[in-house]
Design a protein. Structure first.
Lengths: 225, 344
């Protein structure tokens, strides 16, 4: 049972978020500003933080920074009216994991919370499961029905990244930037080559496929869902 | 250059001073002669200091009196001007000064003042129109929400009815939210005459990222994407260009039917960068093409619930501010193409 801390100074919204989260099986604690939130963090175990930005006493950016400085690695979702790129940038730089702009679709909020918790689990366990296929980050190994295959580093990271966000399209550029690094000398065709190698290796796999989205990029889709 | 009908201010000033001095001297002279004649003054009297002192005093007084009288010629229009400015400051933009002043500079001042007031008046009109429009744009979804919430209070509604009303309310809320965002963005842009934050970024990648952001929408309509994007490094404001692509692509998706097609071409020549976004949707009539970039203009009134008429206005603002041009080609029922070009 996950516990989520909701920090929001508007009473109606705070109640709304807690109600929606409770309905979806999460336990919630709430706070009205940054100071109350830090207090709650001290007294309770919290799996995820949802916070407004514009609050009295301590704003969302500061709260995020304080938590990260105190080595809390829990996922943080900022929900705010501030929607400019600079605002988002400020949010991400202070250490948030996700950012939503008000007014929000509470269903979308729940989806993002789920995704954040799943990713946090993947990060802590450093392991990804799709059907009966397991990707183990630390050993660069893919287990298909318990049979291991060791992959070369770039191929593994590519597959791991795409599989961490099933159905999400990634452009060649963003894959290059993340896995080969921004300063890499290789060009985007390297990505194509690696994807083809992965397809070759996993053509018998019943759990996932790597799909080409023409002109845009690649994505991993789960089979038999 | 001075016109035949009015005189240069400097010349007026010089002539005025000249004539004041001339008349003062003549008047003093006459008084002195009279005083000698009548015996009040003798040329060989004890010391010349007293008469001289008296003469000086008299000259000063006479000169001052003449100045007071002629000063009004210049000061009257300035006083009128000052009064008029005060009225404009209080909000009256109908004030006009007469443009038939005799002195050239004063006349120019009156002309420029009138131009300024006309400009203020037109800005005021635009602002009032904008406020009226905005107010209307806000009130429409608000009344919708109000109305449907009231309907939801009735006890005997079918589940379908309830769901339908709820969807309408959601739609209106989203509409309001988009409207607020867009108005904020447009206000910010209108106060700028050029873009401040610029950097080098990949334009083709940005188009792809915009498409990814809208994936749900084009997927839902099963729209086919034909992309021909050459690698283009562009110097500009990343966030604003992203907004341009998102608005144009969103429009293309909105006005293209299910299973339709959207083509995006981006290429670079020696002289320019060109991006075109085409759809095979319902198209825009020539009459409407002239107005689509205007605020709050929506070609299809039945789509009021989906947009707010500010998307293209924002696009045009940004393209203009970035030094580019945007044009639209469209035929009803065939499709629409928006082409943006930036010179290199």
């Amino acid at each position: 049972m996950f516990t989520i801390l909701v920090v929001e100074d508007d009473d109606n919204l705070r109640k709304l978020f807690c109600t929606v989260l409770n309905k979806n099986g999460y336990q919630t604690i709430d706070a009205k500003d940054g100071y109350e939130a830090l207090d709650c963090m001290d007294k309770n175990y919290v799996d995820l933080l949802i916070s407004d930005v514009m609050m009295p006493n301590m704003d969302g950016y500061e709260l995020t920074r304080e938590l990260r400085a105190a080595h809390y690695e829990i996922p943080i979702l900022l929900i705010t009216v501030k929607e400019s790129f600079q605002d988002k940038q400020k949010g991400f730089l202070s250490g948030t994991d996700d950012y939503m702009v008000k007014p929000i679709d509470v269903n979308e909020m729940v989806l993002r919370v789920e995704a954040l918790l799943r990713r946090a689990q993947i990060i802590t366990e450093r392991k990804l499961t799709i059907g009966s296929t397991i990707l183990e980050y630390d050993t660069l190994t893919v287990f298909q029905n318990k049979l291991p295959i060791l992959l070369p580093q770039k191929e593994f990271y590519l597959l791991y990244k795409l599989a961490s966000y099933p159905n999400k399209i990634f452009t060649r550029q963003s894959i290059m930037d993340e896995i080969w690094g921004m300063d890499s000398e290789s060009d985007e065709r390297t990505v194509d080559v690696h994807v083809n190698r992965l397809r070759d290796r996993f053509k018998e796999n019943q759990d996932f496929d790597i799909i080409t989205v023409r002109g845009l990029g690649y994505k991993v889709v789960k089979k038999n869902v | 250059m001075f016109r035949k009908s009015n005189i240069n201010l400097w010349l007026t000033f010089v002539l005025t001073v000249f004539f004041i001095m001339l008349f003062s001297t003549i008047l003093i002279g006459i008084i002195a002669i009279l005083m000698i004649h009548l015996g009040y003054l003798a040329p060989t009297d004890k010391s010349p200091i007293t008469p001289m002192f008296l003469l000086l005093l008299l000259s000063t007084c006479v000169g001052t009196i003449f100045s007071m009288l002629s000063g009004n010629v210049i000061l009257k229009p300035i006083r009128k001007f000052s009064k008029a400015i005060n009225l404009v400051a209080k909000g009256d933009f109908t004030i006009q000064l007469e443009e038939n002043q005799k002195i050239h500079e004063i006349n120019e001042m009156a002309k420029n003042f009138n131009k300024m007031v006309a400009e203020l008046s037109s800005i005021e009109t635009l602002r009032n129109d904008f406020i009226t429009n905005v107010s209307h744009e806000f009130k429409t979804p608000l009344s919708t929400i109000d109305g449907y919430v009231t309907l939801l209070q009735s006890e005997d509604l079918t589940t379908e009815q309830k769901q339908s009303y709820i969807n309408i309310i959601m739609g209106s809320t989203r509409q309001l939210s988009n409207l607020t965002s867009n108005i904020l963005k447009i206000s910010k842009l209108e106060n700028q005459d050029r873009i401040l934050i610029k950097k080098l970024f990949s334009l083709d990648e940005q188009i792809r990222q915009s498409l990814l952001l809208l994936e749900n929408k084009w997927n839902e309509k099963n729209i086919n994407l034909e992309l021909e994007l050459s690698p283009i490094i562009f110097y500009g404001n990343e966030e604003l260009m992203m907004q341009v692509f998102i608005n144009l692509i969103d429009n293309a998706i909105k006005f293209t039917p299910k299973n339709g097609e959207i083509k995006i071409n981006a290429y670079k020549t020696d002289y320019a960068v060109s991006i075109s976004i085409s759809d095979n949707g319902i198209g825009i009539s020539p009459e409407m093409q002239r107005h689509i970039f205007e605020k709050f203009y929506q070609s299809d009134k039945s789509r009021l619930s989906e947009g707010n008429g500010l998307g293209l206005t924002l696009v045009k603002h940004i393209v203009d501010l970035s030094g580019g041009k945007i044009k639209v080609d469209s035929k009803l029922t065939i499709g629409t193409t928006f082409t943006i070009t930036f010179p290199i």
